[in-house]
Design a protein around this ligand. Structure first.
Ligand SMILES: [Zn+2]
Length: 429
């Protein structure tokens, strides 16, 4: 699954080759189908972010959707693209990615953080961003570079400037952990090793929140609990006052907060501090999920990360699944039962970028109706992340569009059968 380098990168050195390569890159980035004319898309069905509609059409002009519905009147000169047997959806929104990580069965997390040069990690992230976009995920909430500093800010800029293809990114930069709580660890205590996040506490935590925002963070990510040592259970890290101060500093700057938390107490502190999203929540209880529902706190269940790790440990995918996987499904059901709003986010990076649909498949397998899963991956995530310009097929929104063969409302895996990806009105696949 390791991404292959594009062939032109391998061919020789020197200015002539670099120019030729740059030219090829520029050509590759040119829109496949751009025109001044409006474009009418005619699929068999349209999922508008909330419901499935047969016989709808979608009119795109420039980078926006201008109309959606049956029997649209179109301006003269409109081009038409017939897509028989296909379903059109809003571009999918990945709720929990790490573009600077690659699957742990290729290289363990510790090794990635400790031994891989920043340039290698960045080059791989470029390839992974492209794979993500081509899989129909036109936006990602990227929750920490895991030791790759602020490289996500640069990658986001490169995508915005059209230098490399990729999804629209919300970035969390380094993420924040309590001193001593995060890895890699197990070294002679006098040796400083690179960490997967910025370790900071007390008043310095507020400074670090502001510093990360100043350097480009769209989101603040806090680790609200973690294992202090091998074989230990997770325990809360930041105190409630620390959590409140960090969330308050982020909110003052207009940034939402994502909190990694698995324990009920770590989750509770994040909820009462006002965090928008809890990541994982794998030991959540009915009580803490009820609290989340009351506060409108979103849960990003990351079922796919647990599934992937179980497979790396030897599970072949047959039932009954290992205890951890069964527990994740059960907790997911408890959270849904409590009325918690669900994010679609799989912790992709633990498994291969471009395989983002895995979380959607596992949400269905864990009992969520498929239309609710499609909603979570589009309009739901857009709402949860404050992205009011996307996530639905409606006039005035960004023309971020995925067209797939078949009907994902019957089988969610149809989202993998990509026929067309459009980002901002430009067909990128
Ligand atoms: Zn993660």
């Amino acid at each position: 699954m390791r991404p292959a380098l594009d062939a032109p990168l391998c061919k020789g050195e020197g200015k002539g080759n670099i120019m030729r390569w740059l030219t090829m890159v520029m050509l590759a980035l040119l829109p496949v189908a751009t025109s001044a004319a409006p474009l009418l898309l005619r699929p068999a069905k349209v999922f508008d972010g909330e419901a499935m509609h047969a016989g709808w059409q979608v009119l795109v002009d420039g980078d926006k959707i201008v109309a959606a519905g049956p029997g649209l009147a179109v301006p003269p000169g409109t081009e038409t693209l017939d897509l028989p047997g296909a379903t059109l959806l809003p571009g999918l929104i990945e709720g929990h990615s790490h573009l600077f990580l690659h699957p742990y069965n290729e290289t363990p997390w510790d090794t990635q953080v400790l031994h891989e040069p920043l340039a290698l990690r960045t080059a791989r992230a470029v390839a992974q961003a492209r794979a993500t976009l081509l899989a129909g995920f036109t936006t990602v909430r990227d929750l920490g570079t895991e030791g790759a500093g602020y490289a996500d800010v640069g990658l986001k800029q490169a995508i915005v400037q059209g230098i490399v293809p990729g999804p629209r990114m919300l970035v969390a930069t380094r993420a924040l952990v309590a001193t001593g709580a995060y890895g890699p660890r197990g070294f002679e205590p006098g040796v400083d090793v690179p960490l997967g996040a910025e370790a900071v506490d007390g008043a310095a935590l507020v400074q670090a929140v502001r510093r990360q925002i100043g350097h480009g963070a769209d989101i603040i990510k806090l680790y609200g609990d973690y294992r202090w040592g091998p074989g230990e259970p997770s325990r809360p890290t930041f105190s409630e006052p620390e959590m409140r101060a960090a969330v308050s500093a982020a909110h003052d700057a207009g940034r939402p907060v994502a909190v990694h938390a698995s324990t009920p107490e770590g989750m509770r502190r994040a909820v009462v501090a006002g965090a928008e999203v809890i990541e994982h929540g794998s030991e959540g209880t009915a009580e803490v999920f009820k609290l989340m529902a009351q506060h409108g706190t979103v849960l990003c269940p990351t079922l796919a990360a647990g599934d992937a790790i179980a497979r790396y440990r030897g599970w072949n995918g047959s039932e009954p699944a290992p205890a951890d996987v069964l527990a994740d499904r059960k907790t997911f059901a408890v959270a849904r039962g409590a009325g918690v709003r669900m994010c679609m986010g799989g912790d992709v990076g633990v498994y291969a970028h471009g395989d983002n649909a895995r979380e959607m498949e596992l949400m269905v397998k864990a009992g969520m109706p498929v239309l609710e899963v499609l909603n979570a991956a589009t309009a739901g995530n857009a709402r949860s992340f404050g992205l009011l310009d996307r996530g639905r097929i409606a006039p005035g929104l960004l023309a971020d569009i995925l067209v797939v063969d078949g009907d994902p409302a019957r089988d969610v895996s149809a989202v993998r059968a990509v026929r067309l990806v459009m980002k901002g009105g430009v067909v990128v696949r």
